[in-house]
Design a protein around this ligand. Structure first.
Ligand SMILES: C[S@@+](CC[C@H](N)C(=O)[O-])C[C@H]1O[C@@H](n2cnc3c(N)ncnc32)[C@H](O)[C@@H]1O
Length: 290
């Protein structure tokens, strides 16, 4: 969808629950562990519902917005809520800002951040891989400042994202797993199950994004801990998917080694949020290694 034809963001009960209960508990714990209020980078939208909900845990916040009207409303809201002195606002597409390090007016994010909340329209995988590349850049910027952070990503779950070359991700995953796993047959069954049209795109997305974040994080000296992805129905019946991932900086080795094993991560799968309850959804799994 093009920015100028998009409808303004409207919240919904599932989103409200994630923001004010699930994510808020993670942010509170992150602040306690850090012992200081958190630096935020995100896409809060004109109402800044996340910033306002989490404001007791936040210090300053850098906001990204690509629509002029929403940007004006965001300033207004910051003024009304008396938080404008903590606001640093960037204007433009978030992936371009992360990749080039500048917004439309030449302003840069104020690295590093403790919490990054990328809550955007559209999918994760596009042909030009702009979003994965932007995320890799964000992770390497955090590495430069040796700063651990909590990454929250929410986007539309677009059926049919995994076609052609994108599906080949599962073949590469299979090759990497066969090296460690021993049983070629078990890995082949797992990979084939993920490529099977009967497997949901949510299951494929969850494995793809969580593996991608782990890989990019470990390469940039972060021990990564993923959680099960969460799917939910958003405003207007749109299917959404939500990820929360811890990145703990650990420069002690050339490549960080996460406590969570790759098999544990692949077996996290996803759950569906409905009326404030999480329902695990069956997805293909690998047996644990003995
Ligand atoms: C889903 S809303 C944010 C909701 C908010 N985080 C909350 O908790 O309620 C996303 C906002 O980011 C803007 N946005 C969406 N995609 C974007 C992109 N690719 N780059 C910059 N801004 C974007 C939208 O205009 C919208 O105002």
């Amino acid at each position: 969808m093009k920015a100028d034809t998009e409808l303004a963001f409207k919240s919904n009960p599932n989103k409200d629950y994630l923001r004010s209960v699930y994510d808020k508990a993670l942010i509170r714990a992150w602040q306690q562990a850090r012992g200081a209020r958190l630096q935020y980078l995100g896409l809060p939208g004109p109402e800044m519902l996340d910033v306002i909900e989490w404001q007791d845990h936040l210090d300053r916040f850098s906001t990204i917005e690509r629509r002029e009207n929403e940007q004006h409303l965001l300033f207004l809201r910051a003024h009304v809520r008396d938080v404008e002195h903590r606001l640093h606002s960037l204007y433009g597409e978030f992936d371009k800002i992360l990749l080039t390090g500048r917004d439309v007016y030449g302003q840069s994010p104020r690295w590093p951040y403790d919490i990054v909340n990328l809550d955007y329209f559209g999918g994760f995988l596009y042909q030009d891989m702009a979003r994965p590349r932007a995320l890799s850049k964000l992770i390497s910027n955090q590495d430069e400042y040796e700063r651990s952070f909590l990454l929250i990503i929410t986007h539309d779950l677009r059926d049919g994202d995994f076609v052609g070359e994108k599906m080949s991700f599962f073949d590469s995953l299979g090759r990497a797993l066969t090296r460690d796993y021993g049983s070629e047959q078990v890995v082949r069954t797992f990979v084939e199950a993920y490529k099977d049209p009967m497997t949901t795109d949510a299951a494929r997305q969850a494995v793809y994004v969580n593996s991608f974040l782990r890989d990019a994080g470990e390469m940039a000296h972060f021990r990564v801990r993923a959680r099960p992805a969460i799917t939910y129905i958003g405003t207007g019946g749109t299917k959404m998917i939500h990820y929360t991932t811890d990145f703990q900086h650990d420069p002690s080795q050339h490549r960080a080694v996460s406590e969570q094993s790759l098999i544990e991560l692949l077996n996290l799968g996803f759950c569906e949020l409905k009326n404030g309850e999480f329902h695990p959804v069956a997805a293909p799994t690998l047996p644990e290694l003995r």
